[in-house]
Ligand binder design. Sequence first.
Ligand SMILES: C[S@@+](CC[C@H](N)C(=O)[O-])C[C@H]1O[C@@H](n2cnc3c(N)ncnc32)[C@H](O)[C@@H]1O
Length: 274
Amino acid sequence: MYKEILSKIEQPEAFQPSEKMFWQDEYIAKQLLKAHLNPNHEGASREPKFIDASVRFISQLMNSGDRVVDLGCGPGLYCEQLAMRGYAVTGIDFSENSIDYAKSQASERHLPIQYRFEDYLNMDDVNTFDFATLIYCDYGALSPNNRKQLLKNIYRCLTESGRLFLDVFTVNKYHSFVEGKQWSMNNHGGFWSAHPHLEISHNKKYDDEISLEQTLVLTEESADVYHIWYQYFTKERLIRELRDAGFKVINEYSNVAGEPYTDRSETMAILVQK
Ligand SMILES: C[S@@+](CC[C@H](N)C(=O)[O-])C[C@H]1O[C@@H](n2cnc3c(N)ncnc32)[C@H](O)[C@@H]1O
């Protein structure tokens, strides 16, 4: 047992996926949705004021009547506001729980949003959208191959001169990432499991501005490990990846609310065009 557990938390190679995918685990997906909808918690979605400012800014970047796709839309916090501003919005997410919630909210509010329960790495739309968004730094959570695949899918799904707006964490955030090991007893269940469990987490920096947050969740019956990887970006690295995928850079910002770019910011947003 001890050896089996140790082997699960041996230092994995960068971007090695964990055996279990936390976004789609039924119990964890519910905790994530709660986190998305909690206005005081920035773990899954940003705080409402910032989302409002971001939507105001993003809609200035769009042309009226644009067909918009929000990739990794979660419970639809951006989709709803964009639909209220008159854009034809599609939201894509591979968390069924979030998509079900988003659909029910849209129908309650009579918003004509198309929600798709789908992995954006598998989307095959061609020439369909004028504007794509990928918000809350999801791009850096993907492995290099998956980032390439996603940019290929986005490029293909955009119409001629279609645009993509996305944000990432910068190397400044990598520098402030704190390495360490922690444990906690959760006798009444917690974020990772409904059952009593011991949680051991290990935050580790890798070379090339990559971090791993590894969490081992031990219950009476199971030992599950979850990996959260992140590739932090210099401006040059982000631009290189986008150019390699065929995009032209239009403008850079410090965040998706459109604050001017500075090299001190922990996030960077970028607007690119096909
Ligand atoms: C950090 S959350 C951000 C949600 C939303 N953009 C926001 O800011 O409120 C990341 C979202 O991306 C979704 N996601 C991650 N990988 C995905 C994939 N391969 N295909 C579709 N959705 C994905 C997750 O399910 C989650 O809802």
